[in-house]
Design a protein around this ligand. Sequence first.
Ligand SMILES: [Zn+2]
Length: 406
Amino acid sequence: MKFYFPDSQDLVSPTYDFVNDEYSPYRVRQRDDVYAHQVVTPIPYDGILVSKAVVDGSVKGSGKYSSPQRERFYRLGVRNFFRLPEACATIGDCGAFNYIDEERPPYEVDEVMDFYGRCGFDAGISIDHIIFGYIPEESDKQPEDAWITRQQISLELAEEFITATRKSGAHFEPVGAAQGWGPQSYAHSVKQLQKMGYRRIALGGMVPLKSHEILSCLRAIDDIRSPGTGLHLLGINRVDSMEQFARHGVTSFDSTSAFRQAFMDDRNNYHSATDSYTAIRVPQVDGNPALKRLILSGNVSQAEAIAAERASLRALREFDREDTSIEEVLTALGTYESLVLGPKKKSYLEVYERTLSDAPWRICPCALCEKHGIEIVIFRGSERNKRRGFHNLTVLEAKMRSLTFG
Ligand SMILES: [Zn+2]
């Protein structure tokens, strides 16, 4: 089972100064900043997934890449751009989420072929159009016309794509994208894609589905799946169901969720092998827009906020050196929280107590926890938050490794 990490240009600066919260004056972002596969060992994924829409920008505006970055990506190719080790695989897709509101995907087959081919991807997924709707088995509900059209578009583009890859002698493996709205319609797509000659098929649009719904689609696909066909789950990370998924032909998946939970989730920020913890919020007085507004409107005194921020960080670091008690830390955090937390928000102090008393970073074997200690559970700027995300990827990787497939 292979796990691909979708790229969103998430890098960290290895020389960031955590005590003073500043970058090295000598830092050259482009040259010095590193990806997860460069700072953590073992590498927390088997490969990366890069979307054309993320590199090129989309109809909605610019992507995650600046134009010099985009140029470098095309010039160097995916492997050199990411400084990828041999063992890491690459897969490209179009980033269908970025054009979900359009009537048709904004790309032509030849430009997508050019993207995969010129940048040296190992595999490339055909252009697809996401269907957001699910009809369970044994329901008499009818699919919307738009869903049927989107499936048709995806299949036509897949046919065009595989024909073109053959004609041009492309070096990447063509992967067919299957879209559907339920078990039978996914099976239909897979059947058609196999007929076209695809031996690897990516199942798209399943992100909102529950695991049992994914499973019933996989069971329906089983009835028509050739023994040699491998399935990829786009955007899905369900570790608990992965062994089951594997029995139905799933050989790879990709997801950002473990990474993004580090800073997007309200509570579930720091993962451990058996649990998950809430990161400790110590926002930067300078860098927090909500807090800045409170200060500007005169509701919070800036001096008081800065003092409380510093006291919180000091207490957390003393705690990590075992120089102070949890109670002292919680008092400092409570003082700062009372300034920062809006009236509608629930206090985090109770969940912080669990994070602090279990101190999961102390036993985490990953290189980042070992190096940064308590800094990794502090919810603050992106240097800490992304590292916590990278740490979560290592936990996912270890969980995947402990599963038995086959
Ligand atoms: Zn760790």
